[in-house]
Write a protein that binds this ligand. Structure first.
Ligand code: ARG
Length: 462
């Protein structure tokens, strides 16, 4: 079949070359963006009197017909026409005749594909922001219900100090808040129009790029045509934000796997979010958080892949850049699926307050409070630390916890101990005492939740 660019060729393209160079298999996902960009371009061409109004109307009608076919999944794509841009142009010419060939006036596939990608990420970034908010909402729901749920906080995965479960969960709220801020900020660079850059150097036609930007609702246009067709930073940026976000999802997933183990028993995932074993009848496996943890790998891979594709490219367009798409589509799909599962999984999990409480009673995570107690009685912290260390050692040897030791025992280590230590050591008091701004004290956690609610509301308007 004759190629749209076949004029200077004397031979048919080798079949393997045709298949190897074609992107239609995956870039057909950009079909609606491609039509949208073409509609804006043709409108501008007519307004600038580069084509006539009738020609523009015929082309627009043809594009609208193709749009309907795309929406109904009726449009057929051919590898001979390489990519989505030439497939659509070919269909247009078949539909309305040779006037369809005027659509490509003053533009190149290089600025066209860049425009499609900008349009695509504009929509997807906005959708992902909304999905992140749903996850944040789920975190808030669980946090509000668990301000008074106390469990050990860990460092080095060793019990460290008692915390409110809400405080632990809210840490993830702020990670996702930063991810969202990054996505919102990236829209500044996504909302820039490449169209009108031509192949690389601009065009001889008196086009109006600002008008196209206005129709497509871009905030600005690329000031340099070579940068316009070569820039893929906005995709790299999306892939790196996605990678950071998947890191957060993965860390939370890891905690959910650990917490739902029998050894911890801190949470139980809803049956509808777990799977069983084909051999062991008792099993209830946390496959969803496990896969969320694993899918982080492909997201990093997509970022590394594109960074590597771009790093050695001379200006301007190079065919290498066609490799920017599959990784981007894959990351969008991965993030979309992950966020959609994470929100209900958090919301439906059962929090086992009893197991958490037991853990915090059967440990030494209140030891810091005992040291702080001696400090309030005037002892330098370092000396207090040493004394409590000896008391902990003594307690371990006696197979007791700090609350089980008699006051006489305490007073053998320091005369500063009085009856009120038992109050200081009680887990809820240990938590409440960390009332410094941003601390785990219940009063602080409630303030934090209030702040989070205002953040969620303000970003909803963006
Ligand atoms: N399919 C191509 C891509 O995705 C479109 C641009 C092709 N431009 C070219 N000069 N061959 O990158």
């Amino acid at each position: 079949m004759a190629k749209l660019w076949g004029g200077r060729f004397t031979k048919e393209t080798n079949k393997l070359v045709e298949e190897f160079t074609a992107s239609i298999e995956f870039d057909q996902q950009l079909a609606l963006e491609d039509i949208k960009g073409s509609l804006a371009h043709v409108q501008m061409l007519a307004e600038c009197e580069i084509i006539s109004l009738e020609e523009a109307d015929t082309i627009k009608n043809g594009l609208e017909t193709l749009k309907k076919k795309i929406e109904n999944e009726e449009l057929e794509y051919a590898v001979e026409h390489e990519d989505i841009h030439m497939n659509i142009e070919k269909h247009l010419i078949d539909e309305i005749g040779t006037v369809g060939g005027k659509l490509h006036t003053g533009r190149s596939r290089n600025d066209q594909v860049a425009t499609d990608m900008h349009l695509y990420l504009k929509t997807k970034t906005t959708e992902i922001i909304q999905l992140v908010e749903q996850v944040q909402h789920s975190i808030l729901v669980q946090s509000k219900a668990n301000v008074d749920t106390i469990l050990p906080g860990y460092t080095h995965l060793q019990r460290a100090q008692p915390i409110s479960f809400a405080h632990h969960l809210m840490a993830y709220f702020w990670m996702f808040e930063r991810d969202k801020e990054r996505l919102v900020d990236s829209l500044k660079r996504v909302n820039v129009l490449p169209l009108g850059a031509g192949a690389l150097a601009g065009t001889t036609f008196s086009i109006n790029r600002e008008r196209v930007a206005e129709i497509l609702e871009f905030d600005s246009i690329y000031p340099n045509s070579m940068d316009a067709v070569s820039d893929r930073d906005f995709i790299l940026e999306f892939l790196s934000i996605a990678s950071i976000m998947m890191t957060h999802i993965s860390r939370l997933s890891e905690e959910m796997v650990i917490w739902s183990s029998q050894e911890f028993g801190f949470i139980e995932l809803d049956d509808s979010f777990c799977t069983g074993s084909s051999i062991m009848p008792q099993k209830k496996n946390p496959d969803v958080p496990e896969l969320l943890r694993a899918k982080t790998g492909r997201t990093y891979g997509n970022l590394m892949g594109l960074l590597t594709v771009l790093k050695g490219l001379p200006l301007a367009y190079n065919k290498d850049m066609q490799e920017d798409k599959e990784g981007m589509f894959d990351t969008v799909k991965t993030l979309d699926g992950s966020l959609k599962l994470l929100a209900p999984m958090i919301e439906t999990m059962t929090v086992n307050t009893g197991a958490m409480r037991k853990a915090v009673t059967e440990d030494y995570s209140n030891a810091t409070d005992l040291a702080d107690y001696l400090v309030t009685k005037g002892l330098p912290f370092r000396e207090a630390h040493a004394i409590i260390g000896q008391i902990v050692l003594h307690a371990i040897q006696q197979k007791k916890y700090l609350l089980d030791l008699n006051l006489e025992v305490y007073q053998e280590f320091s005369p500063l101990f009085e009856e009120d230590i038992y109050e200081v050591l009680a887990p809820e008091n240990v938590v409440a005492a960390r009332n410094s701004t941003g601390g785990t004290g219940q009063t602080q956690v409630k303030k934090q939740i209030e702040l989070a609610e205002t953040k969620l509301k303000s970003v909803e308007k963006v």
